[in-house]
Design a protein around this ligand. Structure first.
Ligand code: 5AD
Ligand code: SF4
Ligand code: FES
Length: 361
C-alpha cells in the first residue's frame, strides 16, 4: 500500500498526517477527494441541505482587519432591514421548502438589536409553527442573550473562530474595540451549554497562516466537538487594512485548493458533522460550491436577502449573487447541486447527525 493509501485508511490522523493531506495536489489530491466523497456517501449521504441566508444588517461594532463591513469602513451604506422585509424572505424560504434559515448580521450587543431579534424570532416561530430550523450568526453575545434566543426558537449558531491559533487571531482582530480570543472561546462554550448546535470555522490562506495552523484548526474542531463547520478562502477587500499583506499570500487558486483539501480532510476526521460549501469558494471558482459539495460538504446557504441591500454586504471582493434575487439563486443552485450529483433535501431541517447522536448519548 502506498503511504497515502495507508494514511487514508486510518480513522484518526496525527497532525503530521493532516499536513501531508492538506498539501496534496494533482493525482494524489484526487485520491483524497475520492476517499472523502465515499465517506460522505456512506455517512451523511449524497444529500445537500439548503439554508436560506438572510443578511439582515451590515451594522457592525467590531473591526476585524479583513472584513469589508468592519465598523471602521466609512464607505459602507449601513442598513438594518425592516422586520417585514425579513419576514418576506422567511416566507420565501418556507414556501420553497428550505425548512431552515440563517439570520446573519454584523455584530452589535445593544438592547435595541437584542429586542429586534427577540421579536423576529417570535414572528418566525409563529409563521412556521416552530418547525423551521433557525440559525443565528450574529457574533459574540452575553450568555443570557444566547439563552433567551434559544428559548425563542433559535436552535443553531454559527460563530467562526476564524483562526484557532491565538497569536494569529490577535493579529487579525485588533483590540479596538475590545475583541479577545478568550471571549470567542467562551462564547462557543456558552452556546454549547445552552443547547445550540454549534458551528464554527476559519478563513483559509490568510496572512500569517501556515499549513501547520490549518492542521491545528481541523484538530480544534475535533477537540471542541463541533457540530457544523463553515470555512472558506480568505479574499481581499480593498477597503480593509489586511490588504497591506496581500503580497506574500498564496494565489487565490491556491487558497481555493487548500479550502477543498480542508473540507475533504475534515469530512474524513468528522464524518457525521454538517459542512457548508462557503460562498467565498464561488467567488474564486464559478463552480466552487458544487466542487465543495462533491468532495464532502453537505450544506449550502442560498442567499435570500432582498436584492436592494446585497451590494452593501460585501465582506470581500467578487462576492457572488449580489446582482441576483432569491428566485434566481434558487434556480441556479438547484441545477448546480444536480451537477454535483447530490439530491436536495427539501423540507428537511437537516440537523447535524453528530449533534443528534450526542444528544442520545
Ligand atoms: N474573506 C473571506 N471571508 C471573510 N469573512 C469576512 N471577511 C472575509 C474575507 N475578506 C468571513 C468571516 C466571517 C464570515 C461572516 O465571513 O470568516 O466569520
Ligand atoms: Fe463585523 Fe463579522 Fe465583519 Fe468582524 S467579520 S467586522 S464581526 S461583520
Ligand atoms: Fe446566487 Fe447562483 S446561487 S446566482
Amino acid at each position: 500500500m502506498s503511504e497515502l493509501s495507508q494514511i487514508l485508511s486510518k480513522h484518526e490522523f496525527s497532525k503530521a498526517e493532516i499536513e501531508i493531506l492538506l498539501l496534496l495536489r494533482g493525482e494524489e489530491q484526487k485520491q483524497l477527494f475520492k476517499a472523502s466523497e465515499d465517506k460522505k456517501a456512506g455517512t451523511v449521504g449524497k444529500k445537500t441541505y439548503f439554508r436560506g441566508l438572510i443578511e439582515f444588517s451590515n451594522i457592525c461594532h467590531k473591526n476585524c482587519l479583513y472584513c469589508g463591513i468592519r465598523g471602521g469602513n466609512k464607505h459602507v451604506n449601513r442598513y438594518l432591514l425592516h422586520q417585514e422585509s425579513v419576514m418576506e424572505a422567511v416566507e420565501f424560504a418556507w414556501k420553497n421548502k428550505y425548512a431552515s434559515i440563517v439570520l446573519q448580521s454584523g455584530e452589535r450587543e445593544d438592547e435595541e438589536f437584542i429586542d429586534y431579534l427577540n421579536e423576529l424570532l417570535q414572528k418566525i416561530r409563529k409563521l412556521s409553527d416552530g418547525k423551521m430550523g433557525i440559525t443565528l450568526s450574529v457574533g459574540e453575545q452575553k450568555d443570557e442573550v444566547y439563552k433567551k434566543w434559544f428559548e425563542l426558537g433559535a436552535n443553531r449558531y454559527l460563530l467562526r473562530i476564524e483562526a484557532s491559533n491565538r497569536a494569529i487571531y490577535e493579529k487579525w482582530h485588533p483590540n479596538n474595540p475590545a475583541h479577545s480570543y478568550e471571549r470567542r472561546i467562551n462564547c462557543l462554550k456558552s452556546l454549547q451549554q445552552n443547547g445550540y448546535q454549534v458551528g464554527t470555522g476559519v478563513m483559509i490562506g490568510a496572512p500569517f497562516q501556515t499549513v501547520s495552523d490549518l492542521a491545528d484548526d481541523l484538530l480544534f474542531f475535533k477537540h471542541f466537538d463541533i457540530d457544523m463547520v463553515g470555512m472558506g478562502p480568505y479574499i481581499e477587500h480593498h477597503e480593509t487594512p489586511m490588504i497591506a499583506f496581500t503580497q506574500n499570500l498564496p494565489s487565490l487558486k491556491e487558497r481555493f485548493q487548500s479550502s477543498l483539501n480542508m473540507i475533504a480532510v475534515l469530512r474524513l476526521m468528522m464524518p457525521d458533522i454538517n459542512i457548508a460549501a462557503s460562498t467565498a469558494m464561488q467567488a474564486i471558482d464559478p463552480l466552487g460550491r458544487e466542487r465543495a459539495i462533491k468532495i464532502g460538504a453537505n450544506v449550502i446557504m442560498p442567499n435570500i436577502s432582498p436584492s436592494i441591500n446585497r451590494k452593501d454586504y460585501l465582506l470581500y471582493q467578487n462576492k457572488p449573487c449580489t446582482d441576483e434575487g432569491a428566485e434566481e439563486c434558487l434556480d441556479c443552485l438547484v441545477s448546480r447541486i444536480d451537477l454535483a450529483g447530490d439530491e436536495i433535501a427539501w423540507d428537511e431541517t437537516g440537523d447535524s447527525f453528530h449533534f443528534r447522536k450526542k444528544k442520545k448519548e
